[in-house]
Design a protein around this ligand. Structure first.
Ligand code: SF4
Ligand code: SF4
Length: 106
């Protein structure tokens, strides 16, 4: 599912020349709107790689699960650490589960 940006959390990466979500999007889809908030310019071109969701430093981008996986309203939220990534899954009944994986081997 294409990213959903919470405009109350997005700070436009503090007006840096190219916001982080724009830098990492392999399809060059993320951009800032006239209010300085990130948007996906073409939802149908998004291939759900979640790079923008993972890189956002303020957690402003949310991925909604497609109904085939979790029904509308279910969410998957990544938290990237130095050596790990933690995925928080919230289903339609508000049940929360967390899954932590190593991303680097020392
Ligand atoms: S990375 Fe996050 S804070 Fe920065 S512009 Fe994108 S959505 Fe906004
Ligand atoms: S999920 Fe991937 S392809 Fe879609 S807007 Fe974000 S970075 Fe781009």
């Amino acid at each position: 599912m294409p990213p959903r940006v919470n405009p109350e959390k997005c700070d436009g990466c503090n007006a840096q020349e190219e916001p982080l979500c724009e830098q990492v999007c392999p399809g060059d889809l993320m951009t800032l709107n006239e209010s300085g908030k990130a948007v996906c310019r073409e939802n149908s071109d998004c291939w759900d790689c979640m790079s923008c969701t993972k890189i956002c430093p303020v957690g402003a981008i949310e991925t909604r699960m497609p109904y085939q996986l979790g029904y509308h309203g279910a969410k998957l939220i990544p938290m990237v650490g130095t050596n790990t990534i933690t995925w928080t899954s919230i289903d339609i009944n508000k049940k929360v589960e967390r899954f932590r994986f190593k991303t680097r081997i020392d």
